[in-house]
Design a protein around this ligand. Structure first.
Ligand SMILES: NCC(=O)CCC(=O)O
Ligand SMILES: [Mg+2]
Length: 328
């Protein structure tokens, strides 16, 4: 019975209505988190390495929040381009309750409270050496000293109104410390989305331009971000972050790591997010620019792949384009 010609799998694909009826996965604007860059000043600053993406002033970032709301995108992810004069060895601007990040959070939550704000917890936009934490004389990123600062950073972001704090630094133990600090300060409903499996990747280049850390970064991040060779280790990272109080976990980068998404989802059955990072965005844009592929089709296909792999949602710079195509 289960053979040709009785069974023709092409039957269900023969018309558009039937393909829609049989679709196993859906993609909607509600699956998108839009990463946006904020800068001092009043001008929009296009980012050359990310064609179509800009840094926005405080009022520009509020306009992006309104745009997200109108497009049905539930949440923005905020990243600051800290003025270079404020970047120090210890990244102390990260814990200034009046820093660019905190002012952006307050501006968005005042004007468009119905849009979620996810904040990056890491020191790389604030340090003079471009690392995500405090470094010793040999350039090694110190785990426990860094976690203490990250905890303070997460707290000032929560106090400014952040809905989700997202530690992206890969220090051990920081999720537990942040959770305890949030509880201690009464932020019982602030979520933690842990960058649990973040790989030391070559796909982050354009992001470093966007937050102004590319020229600053000394060395690489291989002593704290994961080795692309490893998958079991990702499961251990996720287990720890969940045990420490993460509400959701993230895999980053995206497309080259969909196997990790699927393994995490099936092992833990928790909300899993993926970050389609700047280099992935740039690859799609470069392919479209030379006619190697259709931008809109590439965007929708890749985002659907994240959903099929098990993601609850995707951080993507293509969020506004995708939401428009999905007809919010
Ligand atoms: N912590 C956030 C990132 O590192 C983003 C990377 C990217 O978009 O390339
Ligand atoms: Mg970890």
């Amino acid at each position: 019975m289960s053979q040709y010609p009785a069974l023709r799998l092409r039957r269900s694909r023969a018309s558009a209505w039937s393909r829609r009826l049989h679709a196993e996965t859906v993609l909607t604007p509600a699956d998108l988190i839009w990463p946006v860059f904020v800068t001092e000043g009043t001008e929009e600053e296009p980012i050359a390495a990310l064609p179509g993406v800009s840094r926005w002033s405080l009022s520009g970032i509020v306009d992006r929040a309104r745009e997200a709301r109108d497009l049905g995108i539930p949440c923005l992810a905020l990243f600051p381009n800290t003025p270079h004069g404020l970047r120090t060895e210890d990244g102390r601007e990260a814990v200034n309750p009046d820093n660019l990040m905190c002012r952006a959070i307050r501006a968005i939550k005042d004007a468009v409270p119905e849009v979620g704000v996810l904040t990056d917890v890491a020191l790389d936009p604030y340090t003079s050496h471009g690392h995500d934490g405090i470094v010793d004389a040999a350039g090694y990123v110190l785990n426990d000293e860094t976690s203490a600062v990250l905890t303070e950073q997460a707290l000032v972001q929560a106090q400014a109104g952040a809905d989700i704090v997202a530690p992206s630094d890969m220090m051990d133990g920081r999720v537990g410390q942040i959770r305890a600090a949030l509880e201690g300060d009464g932020h019982v409903n602030v979520q933690i989305m842990a960058y649990a499996a973040k790989y030391a990747s070559a796909f982050y280049g354009p992001f470093r331009d966007a937050v102004g850390s590319r020229g600053l970064l000394k060395g690489d991040k291989k002593t704290y971000q994961m080795d692309p060779a490893n998958a079991e280790e990702a499961l251990r990272e996720v287990a720890l972050d969940l045990a420490e109080g993460a509400d959701s976990v993230m895999v980053k980068p995206g497309l080259p790591y969909l196997d990790i998404v699927t393994r995490v989802k099936s092992a833990f059955e928790v909300p899993v997010f993926a970050y389609q990072v700047s280099g992935e965005y740039a690859m799609i844009e470069a392919a479209a620019a030379v006619g190697a592929g259709d931008r809109e089709a590439l965007v929708l296909e890749t985002l659907m792949a994240f959903k099929r792999a098990g993601c609850s949602g995707v951080l993507t710079y293509h969020a506004p384009l995708a939401a428009r195509l999905l007809g919010a």
